[in-house]
Design a protein around this ligand. Structure first.
Ligand code: 1PR
Length: 566
């Protein structure tokens, strides 16, 4: 008897478990067919790809019991893919059939007017404000991460009767939540939607099971949706994590990727703190405490970067996994983990695939993994295979491809670490088609100069011949869902984001781009969203040093009429 969660073995189900724990609700996992009979309410937090979810259910013999459970009238809450399986089919995996309870189909978003996947916070509109709200309201924002959606077509009356709320992204309006009788489903992730999401889960769980079981089907009269684009720009706090010289994991922060304290200058004198700390790894705090602080301050997402993981096997890096687990218990917004996502060999010779490494992080509570070095190597290999100078095709073995296949492309972020290469304005070498020219009214060090952006690996320690445009296009083709675009030149300088770089990458890909490196104040966030089409902006140093709060950044954006979640 009681609440059960359905896990088909892929994706981050720990987030939901953490949320239920936080809310004080007991639950068990469905582990056998008998558990379907014991469940008095069931949540299916489906993540990943539609086909993998259906295959996972079939493999475990869970598909039919799930259908029977829902038919029995007992409460069901499907999240993301857990909602999509209620539909007939998905173009994501045409050979897999859904449960067909809602007579409509799931299709891919059109990316001609917007970045796809739809990643970020958006609002939801009630179709009938008099119906049960399920803890939702129209002033809150919810976290979406998906490439496929069920379009809200009010003329498809039988399907539209299921519509509880709709959301608009670009020109498309789709089902954000569905509800009828004992069934409730959300396309967004309540377990990742901060306080607003916790409210939904709590409302659903506290509602009398008997009430829901005998509730009459509640159907609104289908009507056209109201136009309302509630999509917001995201503010992300990033924590670069590494061991300090005493072996403790700390949040550090570099200047142009150099994270060690500088030697004092003459002006500092001889007995300054800088003399004593010179050469030590800069320590800006403990990762879990900082993560909790940024969640409370309203960060839309958090990143934890294991910046020295290339030196050893991340699966042996238990402290980092402990940090991820602990952070995931404190924060209820998306958590991205990066560093060392690659095929590795443990000291005892055991081979670990990138997919296994990523799986370990997902099970620890990460929602996305971020890949840097391996992404560069994968694109280089893909281009080599093409032999015609073109972009080429993936061979299915890269970390990006294997992880995107199992967990969905929205779970794969590529972190790019480019550096400017200055050349003469009449330069005629590689990447000359991508040259940018310093503006006559630009900064002194750019005026009269030309440059292209070179990719690096291993945290900027090694330059590669690949350009940032080649890398961005390549990783999009391999299946990355999002790009975090750093800049070694701007990192830690406080000079503002490199908007030339962001515009260049943004116009060459259709997936979301996160602007990173160089934020020195609120005005830089306003600039980056005014001058470029970046979907999100990430900063580290100014937040760690408490020079600016996330709240102040959002106030400044609101004042500039840029939509943010507050
Ligand atoms: O190569 O897949 O193992 O991943 C390693 C990851 O670690 C990469 O994402 C790489 O960017 C990161 N990394 C490696 N070395 C460093 C370093 O600083 N020495 N951190 C490093 C890079 C860049 C951003 C930073 C922004 C904003 N840090 O994460 O947070 O630049 O900073 P700011 O707001 O203070 O300017 P792999």
């Amino acid at each position: 008897m009681g609440l059960y969660l359905l896990d088909y073995g892929a994706g981050n189900v720990r987030s939901l478990a953490n949320t239920l724990k936080k809310l004080g609700h007991e639950f068990k996992w469905i582990s056998s067919l008998e558990d379907f009979d014991k469940a008095t309410s069931l949540i299916f937090p489906g993540v990943g790809a539609f086909g993998s979810a259906i295959d996972g259910l079939i493999c475990r013999g869970f598909l039919e019991p799930l259908r029977l459970y829902i038919k029995s009238g007992r409460p069901y809450f499907g999240i993301c893919i857990g909602m999509q399986v209620l539909f007939q089919s998905s173009t994501e995996s045409p050979s897999s059939s859904g449960l067909g309870i809602i007579p409509s189909v799931i299709e891919e978003f059109d990316n001609s007017d917007k970045a796809v996947p739809h990643i970020g916070w958006n609002s939801a509109e009630f179709l009938d404000p008099d119906r049960i709200h399920e803890g939702m309201d129209e002033t809150s924002y919810y976290y979406f991460v998906h490439s496929y959606r069920a379009k809200y077509d009010w003329k498809n009356v039988e399907a539209a009767k299921w519509a509880h709320t709709t959301t608009q992204y670009g020109q498309e309006v789709f089902y954000a939540t569905v509800r009828k009788g004992n069934v409730f489903g959300a396309q967004f992730h309540p377990e990742k939607s901060g306080v607003a999401g916790l409210r939904i889960l709590d409302a659903w769980l506290r509602e009398q099971e008997s009430f829901r079981m005998f509730a009459p089907p509640t159907s609104p009269i289908p009507r056209p949706p109201r136009a309302r684009d509630g999509f917001t720009k995201r503010i992300i706090a990033c924590m670069d994590v590494r061991s300090n010289d005493d072996g403790d994991l700390v949040v550090t922060k570099g200047d142009q990727y150099d994270v060690r304290e500088k030697a004092p200058t003459a002006a500092d004198g001889t007995d300054s703190l800088r003399t004593r700390t010179a050469g030590a790894v800069r320590n800006l705090g403990k990762p879990v405490a900082l993560a909790a602080r940024y969640y409370a301050a309203g960060a839309d997402e958090l990143c934890l970067m294991n910046i020295t993981s290339f030196r050893h096997s991340p699966l042996l890096d238990q402290p980092m996994l402990v940090v991820v687990r602990a952070a995931a218990e404190e924060v209820f917004v998306p958590l991205t983990i990066g560093g060392g996502i690659k095929d590795t060999v443990d000291p005892d010779g055991t081979k670990r695939s990138a997919l296994e490494v990523a799986g370990e992080y997902f099970r620890a509570g990460a929602d996305k993994v971020s890949i840097a070095t391996e992404a560069v190597f994968a694109v280089e290999k893909m281009r080599e295979r093409a032999r015609d100078g073109g972009i080429g095709e993936g061979d299915g073995t890269s970390a990006i491809e294997t992880i995107a296949h199992a967990y969905g492309r929205q779970a794969v972020v590529v972190s790019i670490d480019p550096r400017r290469v200055y050349v003469d304005a009449d330069y005629d070498g590689p990447h000359k088609d991508e040259l940018l020219l310093g503006k006559p009214d630009g900064s002194e060090n750019e005026r009269g100069k030309a440059w292209w952006y070179q990719c690096t690996v291993r945290g900027g320690r090694e330059d590669r011949p690949l350009s940032v445009v080649q890398l961005a296009k390549g990783v999009e083709k391999l299946g990355a869902g999002e790009i975090v675009l750093n800049s070694i030149d701007r990192d830690g300088t406080g000079l503002g984001f490199d908007t030339d770089l962001i515009t260049l990458v943004r116009k060459n890909v259709k997936i979301p781009v996160v602007a990173s490196s160089g934020a020195g104040g609120e005005k830089h966030f306003v600039e980056v969203f005014t001058w470029t089409k970046a979907e999100a902006a990430l900063a580290a140093g100014i937040f760690h040093r408490e020079e600016v709060t996330i709240g102040e950044v959002k106030e400044a954006l609101s004042a500039a009429h840029i939509n943010v979640r507050k």
